[in-house]
Write a new protein. Structure first.
Length: 49
């Protein structure tokens, strides 16, 4: 099942999904964004590597 990456917005089959440490909202990150360590920003303002 593909999900949309929270960082780049692309649909991905290889991804990691985890709760935001700030608010608990689910963050989805594709394999590519995780590998190159693109930052993500949650709706609550939390920024992660």
């Amino acid at each position: 099942m593909a999900k949309r990456c929270s960082t780049c917005g692309k649909m991905a089959n290889k991804f990691a999904e985890f709760p935001c440490p700030g608010c608990g909202e689910h963050i989805v990150r594709c394999y590519h964004c995780r590998e190159i360590r693109n930052k993500y920003t949650c709706k609550c303002g939390f920024e992660g590597p």
